[in-house]
Write a protein that binds this ligand. Structure first.
Ligand code: DHB
Ligand code: MG
Length: 228
């Protein structure tokens, strides 16, 4: 299904548009993740840059990510501003160790905090800290972890967001299977994508859209939710 034109356009756009300050750290994230056997399911360079641009446009200085993996996207989120702070949650100690090494190499360790644990264990504690004023609320959230919990994560993060915060959920289109109820019966990740899209759409606190994407990461898409 992968169309060569998608990758050609990604490469063309990267060549002309992307001049990342943290290019060598991003490459190190890719290389160390491959060496350590992490799956190469991080966001593409253009997708990561899309997230960074959202943070810049929103002036979001306090950023939350669910699903660190090798720490690639957290570098881009942190690079949105010299005073941006990223809190990112990772269930795997091995992934966390890779990401910490990568962030150290980038000189970003003091601005990226990795919290070890399952999203549904760490998020409620984080929520309490925000409620108690021990942590600032978030202006941007990227949900990119186990897809079955997408709607649970969305419900946890909404109360931690400032008004007009943007929440993006990765990988909801899944080669178009999002629109196929039978695919959802076969695949729990599709069911998770449908639950979060339908749940977000019913939520009066949110204004939502969906962005389909093609590129080197095939055909997928983001769910976008602005907190009213
Ligand atoms: C998968 C997860 C991701 O976050 C992604 O961007 C692509 C694929 C997966 O679980 O297969
Ligand atoms: Mg993803």
């Amino acid at each position: 299904e992968q169309d060569d034109r998608w990758t050609a356009v990604d490469n063309y756009a990267i060549q002309h548009l992307v001049h990342e300050e943290y290019e060598s750290a991003l490459q190190y994230a890719i290389d160390l993740s491959a060496k350590e056997g992490l799956p190469n399911i991080e966001v593409s360079p253009l997708q990561g840059r899309f997230l960074k641009l959202q943070c810049m446009a929103l002036n979001a200085k306090n950023i939350l990510e669910v699903g660190t993996l090798g720490g690639y996207s957290s570098i881009l989120l942190a690079s949105s501003s010299p005073d941006a702070k990223v809190t990112t949650i990772e269930i795997s100690p091995k992934h966390k160790a890779v990401a910490e090494e990568v962030h150290k190499r980038a000189g970003l360790s003091d601005r990226i905090e990795i919290l070890l644990g399952a999203g549904m264990e760490v998020l409620p504690q984080l929520r309490k800290d925000v409620k108690d004023g021990k942590r600032e609320n978030f202006g941007f959230v990227f949900i990119d972890a186990d897809k079955e919990n997408n709607l649970n994560y969305l419900n946890e993060v909404i109360p931690m967001c400032r008004p007009r915060a943007l929440i993006i959920v990765d990988n909801v289109v899944r080669k178009g299977t999002l629109a196929d109820p039978e695919a959802a019966e076969r695949e729990s990740k599709v069911a998770g994508a449908r639950r979060v899209v339908e749940g977000a759409g019913r939520d009066a606190r949110l204004e939502c859209s969906l962005l389909q994407t093609v590129g080197e990461k095939n055909y997928d898409g983001f769910l976008l939710c602005v907190v009213k």
